[in-house]
Write a protein that binds this ligand. Sequence first.
Ligand code: ADP
Ligand code: MG
Length: 609
Amino acid sequence: MADIIQLLPDHVANQIAAGEVVQRPASVVKELLENAIDAKATQIKLLLKDAGKILIQVIDNGIGMSQTDARLSFERHATSKIKSANDIYKLETKGFRGEALASIAAIAQVELKTKQTKDEVGNILKIEGSKIIVQDVISTPTGTSISVKNLFFNIPARRNFLKSNAVETRHIIDEFQRVALAHPNIGFSLYHNNNEVYHLKEDNLRQRIVAIFGDRINDKLVPIDEITDLVKIKGFIANPKFAKKKRGEQFFFANNRFIKSNYLNHAVVNAYDGLLAKGYYPTYFIFLEVDPKTIDINIHPTKTEIKFENESDIYAIIRATVKHSLGQYNVAPLLDFNRDTSMDVPYDYKNKAKKTPNISVNPNFNPFKTKNTKTQKPINTSSWESLYVDKGDVITDNIKVEIEEDVTTNKQIELFSEIEEKIQAKTFQVQRKYILSSLKNSMVVIKQNLAHQRILYEELLTKITVEEAVSQQLVIPIEIEFIKQDVALLFETKQELENIGFRFGEFKSDGIILSGIPTTIPQDKLVSTLEEIVEQIKSEVPQENFSQLDVIIKSMAKNLAIKTGKILSSKEQEEIIDKLFSCKEPNYSPYGKLIVANFSYDELENKFL
Ligand code: ADP
Ligand code: MG
């Protein structure tokens, strides 16, 4: 038989790799701005045409490149920033994989003009789909100008999947703001279709925030400042009186890189506890500085997630720092740093009388009985509501634990023997994040947030696809604020949203009116769930099996799932484990993250040899 394996031609390999780095115009903007910063520029100009779909140009006054470097900069893995793998751990620059320019040049028409101070003339290079078309000398100012034209010109499928100009512009502005906030000492400007959108002078952080978000934010900013061995914290938080109904201005930076962290966000929200009315989000600009060795920056260039070695300590320090500032600036009425904060009660529960938990268990239930195996009922979903009503750290009010009788599939019978083990050994929660349990041959560690995402995802999927989605008609329609672009996006997704139980009254320029909502979403989670759906649709990379409905269900599961940081009762822990292992895919979250880590007893035993 003839050989069937072939090597992909370089330009195809480059295009595929480019897909990872460049998802949309905003990804190019981020890479080019970061390169300019690494080149020590003090003035950076960003020019856009048609949301970056026609043109993205970044002009800097940095160190420029020599003729050879200009040519080399477009080679894959060409970087001036690291020489050995070890350098990664000491990294102070933004990029280091040497992939951005090569990737961008594979899927766009690129023009580079660059000159170093010592040189009389500069160099120009034009590249299209990885092919060099022009290479010449040119008269140009010191620094670098890179134009990226007609992104995805040679991959129509990708180009067609770009969102409306409004949505793509919003993404670019998000990236621009993040970079500009992280570098107030650099001047930035942004022009869209020849109109000046931002003109940010070199300044201090407070002035930079004001220049981006408007004069009115100035009076609301409360400085934060803390130095510990683990982390230095500085920046600003906003007076809770000015909290927003939308989760807009929340920025974390680690070593001057924008990061996303739900976990650390929780620390801030927690510090504001009692000061924010329900449905309001705090505004903050928090800069963390840590030893680069103690963080694991996901080296994928487009990711903003990051892992801290001492995450829970950093959580506690952030929480205390924010609380301290709120108190110091007389923003918070009551502060007591020594009290036991594990008993903190969320705002809207403070004034309610405590109720004795009402746990209803079927006394006749025997998980090990195997009769009735033929009557297979759908899994009971009535009790999961009790899990997602996130009451902070307090476990009160009707925690209902029901274990359905007759639910005995073959898979579950197998599992029951494992569950038997588990019931003996019980479960154990660690760091308010993991559930530990022992199975027959191994010990398992389960991430509670991801496990619950998986459970809700499968339940919602069944509800929506197998059963008819049930809509709850609202007596008084609810109006929810959204910016114009987001309303447009919800309108585009109307059909899918109706399929799952939303009913729309009106799409307005500043929000939507709902006349019905899915019964699967509790009212107090409605706004955040819709916001999450909008965010996810925006950030979705279209794939072959792309389904808006799936994106929506995933967003719902993510939003409704119990979070890291929530203390779970033993019953709740057990319920999660039971339900997780009745899922079709218990090992991975809907977003593909690992849920369960297994440690075999042999492995454990080996530790003690
Ligand atoms: P990385 O930033 O990961 O090194 P890139 O593909 O983004 O990889 O850039 C490759 C190289 O091109 C950089 O390491 C740098 O030497 C050079 N370069 C890119 N942009 C600029 C710029 N604006 N000014 C000077 N040099 C640049
Ligand atoms: Mg780079």
